[in-house]
Design a protein around this ligand. Structure first.
Ligand code: MTE
Ligand code: MO
Length: 219
């Protein structure tokens, strides 16, 4: 595997998903009408123009952009509580979610039983098309922390990509937005504030692992 190809950054994946949804839905004329407040009546020609959006068009729009022109704002009462979302993630595409109550063991000498909820990491890796024959899965975190696990542990049924603890969306201190819960391993192999994940055959090490702690650190 090349270094460029073995890196699967989830924000890139997210952008691809967004793009797919955008292309599938097309650019709605109504949306443009609402946004600009213009009465766009010549549907076909406008659609054709939109379909032919080019770099030239982008440059003109950027030149016309007025950084001081504000969009209308509305009263609290006008804000929709049950806000609409585009359902291109059909129900059958929502990854299965599961919970587990396991013991978290920190080498600093404390352990605690907690409830974590999220998507089985195996399912996540399968759905994004990760190379499951790679040796390692590596993680980078928002605080500069990093860690990695062996693929067998990544595919273990109790390894979860979690976004909830105690039935609540992870608070910042618990690793919002994502924490990998690896119940077969010590606490330091459970990265919080995950910003990037990648599969690789090159040993990625880890923050504490590179400072003397055993890398496998699990059962
Ligand atoms: N990003 C990041 N993840 C991290 C750490 C960290 O400092 N930064 N500490 C690790 C250690 S040593 C432990 S014991 C657990 C603590 O997880 P918790 O606070 O969610 O229980 O997070 C692990 N994951
Ligand atoms: Mo820890």
């Amino acid at each position: 595997m090349s270094s460029a190809n073995d890196v699967l950054r989830h924000n890139q994946a997210a952008r691809q998903i967004e793009r797919r949804g955008f292309l599938k839905g097309g650019f709605s004329l109504g949306a443009l009408t609402l946004l600009t407040g213009c009465d766009v009546t010549h549907t076909d020609s406008v659609q054709a123009a939109l379909n032919g959006v080019s770099r030239w068009n982008d440059r003109i729009q950027a030149a016309l952009f007025n950084p001081h022109r504000l969009m209308p704002t509305y009263s609290e009462a006008e804000a929709v509580k049950d806000f609409r979302f585009n359902g291109f993630y059909g129900e059958n595409q929502v990854p299965p979610q599961t919970s587990q109550i396991t013991r978290h063991v920190c080498v600093e000498g404390w352990s605690m039983i907690g409830k974590w909820s999220g998507v089985p990491f195996r399912t996540f890796l399968e759905r994004i098309g990760a190379d499951l024959t790679a040796k390692y899965v590596g993680f980078e975190c928002a605080d500069g922390y990093y860690s990695s696990i062996d693929m067998a542990s990544a595919l273990h049924p109790q390894t979860l990509l979690t976004f909830k603890i105690s039935d609540e969306i992870l608070a910042p201190k618990y690793g919002h937005p994502l924490k990998l819960r690896v119940s077969t391993k010590l606490g330091f192999k459970n990265p919080k504030w995950i910003t990037a994940m990648f599969v690789t055959n090159r040993f990625p090490g880890g923050f504490w692992e590179d400072r003397g702690y055993n890398w496998f650190a699990g059962v």
